[in-house]
Write a protein that binds this ligand. Structure first.
Ligand code: IPE
Ligand code: IPE
Ligand code: MG
Length: 246
């Protein structure tokens, strides 16, 4: 396999981790077993991304729409989440990983929020990769919320409408302060965004793989990164212009 180029790593990698349920179903297992197996893939991905020097890793773990799943699955996912966050802090410390969350945290059970606060506080001093979990996250809700908060500041007089720019609006999103993703990976063969980071993905490279999330390993990650490194990101310019800039 061709080696990855360290100078061409995405600064920010975002992943829609999909296909846990189908992975389980194909093996006549309960959906939750797929989610449990998915946690192992998360662990491996976090470790490898941090080793590769990726600055920001954002994982879509639970969408605002996922609350409509059967109650037993939602409860099992919340329990798994709590267990994952608690058990991962020592590993985050070893890998110098900082932890964060985006999404409607007020929807989450109090016990999950306590683990999140604890993990954020304990890893706050780490200087390596920022691992962000998107929990109860929906991008349209995020954009609407940002608009409301910006409007409130305008009414309160702390923001002058004449100064409202893309950058300012961006700072009102959950992801304010985090650069836009360079690469988005979605597993399980679905080719849709499912209300994830709609604003932030404006110029992101998209990569889809048929592999279900529980089977997404280091080799699959390297395949995606290799593919990304071979692309030309033009941002509206022509190829010739990019060559002159380089
Ligand atoms: C992704 O796997 C994990 C979550 C959405 C929580 P799914 O649970 O969506 O798995 P499929 O898509 O049903 O196979
Ligand atoms: C997207 O997966 C959300 C997460 C991966 C957490 P879904 O499985 O919920 O997406 P759709 O509904 O099939 O598009
Ligand atoms: Mg799914």
């Amino acid at each position: 396999m061709n080696r990855l180029k360290p100078d061409k790593m995405p600064r920010h990698l975002a992943i829609i981790m999909d296909g846990n349920g189908r992975w389980a179903k194909q093996r006549m297992l309960q959906r939750i077993v797929g989610h449990q197996k998915g946690v192992e893939a998360v662990r491996a991905t976090v470790e490898e991304c941090s080793r590769l020097g990726i600055g920001f890793l954002t994982l879509f773990a639970f969408s605002a729409e996922n609350w409509l799943r059967p109650k037993t699955e939602v409860q099992a996912l919340m329990a798994l989440l709590k267990k994952y966050i608690r058990s991962e802090v020592p590993r985050m410390m070893r890998n110098n990983v900082r932890f964060g969350v985006i999404g409607n945290r007020e929807d989450l059970p109090a016990s999950v929020n306590r683990e999140i606060d604890d993990a954020i506080a304990r890893t706050a001093g780490n200087t390596g990769m920022l691992l962000t979990l998107a929990l109860s996250y929906g991008s349209r809700q995020e954009i609407a919320r940002a608009a409301v908060r910006l409007a409130a500041d305008a009414v309160a007089g702390t923001v002058d409408l004449a100064t409202v720019s893309e950058e300012l609006f961006n700072s009102y999103l959950f992801t304010g302060g985090i650069p836009d993703p360079d690469l988005l990976i979605r597993t399980s063969g679905e080719m849709r965004i499912s209300n994830f980071l709609l604003w932030q993905l404006a110029y992101t490279e998209l990569y889809f793989t048929d592999v279900n999330w529980p089977e997404f390993d280091r080799t699959e990650l390297h395949k995606a990164l290799k593919d990304y490194q071979e692309r030309e990101r033009r941002f509206g310019l022509t190829s010739d212009q990019l060559r002159v800039c380089r």
